[in-house]
Every structure is written in structure tokens, then in C-alpha cells.
Ligand binder design. Structure first.
Ligand code: GDP
Length: 197
């Protein structure tokens, strides 16, 4: 898919205020600093489209972008800030769960994982939670350029082993580097194919 136009639409705290659910929607989420803004900017070819995550304590927002006038890209607030208050964490959990359950046009969640780390409990818990909710999702391993291909293979294999403990079917997995633009065609083609179904 060619991205001809990517524009920011709005930021919301409430799912009810989000744009009319009249187009397929793809949401991006992951631990803070995983490379989510960089990936969104790489996919859309727009450097400043997604802003680096807000500082801890700032309002957590659901950010909608309209792509090619035909689908929504959503930048969801990340998880895993070390110094976040219990209340902020709870607010995040409620908002995200509500979004996953109520957003009727949500087509697929891209769960981002830093390829440099062995499976982290926080990431595994989040992935398992998506599975439990029955939300369609794929995994996106980020920052490939920071290490050897062998190390990335080993991280991905470790995730596969962990997820097989709970699930019969494994999600699709993408390898990306915002730095090298790796994985861009694969993700955009995936979205194009799902949109065509
Ligand atoms: P976010 O908090 O998930 O939105 O993460 P950012 O996109 O702001 O990225 C966090 C940090 O990782 C920044 O310093 C980025 O420059 C860096 N980063 C993100 N993606 C990549 C990548 O693919 N390769 C490299 N080398 N650095 C990356």
C-alpha cells in the first residue's frame, strides 16, 4: 500500500468522543519507549506525525489519524512507566480495556515489543490479556538495527515458546526497524489485505 495522505484527526480520553466508527481501525500500543512514535512516523513517512510519548502523569490519550481517507491509525498510550502512580495505571487500564471492548471498528492491534529484551512479564501479561479479550492482534518487534539478526531470532523464539504455554495459535509477528525502515511494506501490505477482506 502506498500512503498518499496521513493526517492527525483528534485526541480523546473517551471512546464515545472518537471519530465515527465508519472505517477499519488499527491501533498501536506497547511499553513506553518501545519505539511506537518512530514506527508510526516510519509507516506514514511523516517525521513528526506521532509525538514521542507524553511524560508520566500527563493525560493519556487515544490519538486518531486518518490514512488515505480510508482507515484509521490509532496511537494508544503506552504502559510500563516506572514512576507512574497507581491511579494513573488504573486509569490507563480502564481506558484501554474500554477501548478494546467498545470500539466496534477496531480491526487489529499492533502490540509492539522491543526485540532486545527477553520476554518481559509486563509484555507477556499484556499480550495474554489481548488474547483473553479476543481482540485481533499481531506482534511487532522493534529496533532490529540495534542488534544481530541471531539475537532477534532468539527473542522471537522465546516469545513463541512462552505464548505456546497458553495458546494453540500464535499471532503473526513482524520485524521492524524505524531506523532502517524495515518491515514497512510488510505491515502496510498486511493492513491492505485485511482491509480488502
Ligand atoms: P515511544 O515512546 O514508544 O513512542 O518510543 P519512541 O518512538 O519515542 O522511541 C524511543 C527511543 O527509541 C527514541 O530514542 C528513538 O529514537 C529510539 N528508536 C525507536 N525506534 C528505533 C529503531 O528502530 N532503531 C533505533 N536504533 N532506535 C529506535
Amino acid at each position: 500500500m502506498n500512503i498518499k495522505e496521513a493526517k492527525f484527526l483528534m485526541s480523546n480520553t473517551r471512546v464515545e468522543d472518537c471519530p465515527a466508527p465508519d472505517k477499519p481501525e488499527y491501533a498501536f500500543i506497547g511499553r513506553s519507549n518501545v519505539g511506537k512514535s518512530s514506527l508510526i512516523n516510519m509507516l506514514t513517512h511523516q517525521k513528526g506525525l506521532a509525538k514521542t510519548s507524553a511524560a508520566p502523569g500527563k493525560t493519556q490519550l487515544i490519538n486518531h489519524f486518518l490514512i488515505n481517507d480510508s482507515w484509521y491509525l490509532v496511537d494508544l498510550p503506552g504502559y510500563g512507566y516506572a514512576q507512574v502512580s497507581k491511579k494513573s495505571r488504573e486509569d490507563w487500564r480502564k481506558m484501554i480495556n474500554y477501548y478494546f471492548q467498545k470500539r466496534e471498528n477496531l480491526t487489529c492491534v499492533f502490540a509492539l515489543i522491543d526485540a532486545r529484551h527477553e520476554p518481559l512479564k509486563q509484555d507477556l501479561d499484556f499480550i495474554n490479556h489481548l488474547g483473553t479479550l479476543g481482540v485481533p492482534f499481531v506482534l511487532v518487534f522493534t529496533k532490529l538495527d540495534k542488534q544481530s539478526a541471531a539475537k532477534t531470532d532468539s527473542t522471537i523464539a522465546a516469545y513463541q515458546r512462552k505464548l505456546r504455554e497458553t495458546w494453540d495459535e500464535l499471532p503473526q509477528m513482524f520485524r521492524t526497524s524505524a531506523e532502517l525502515k524495515t518491515g514497512r511494506d510488510e505491515i502496510l501490505n498486511f493492513i491492505e489485505e485485511v482491509n480488502a477482506q
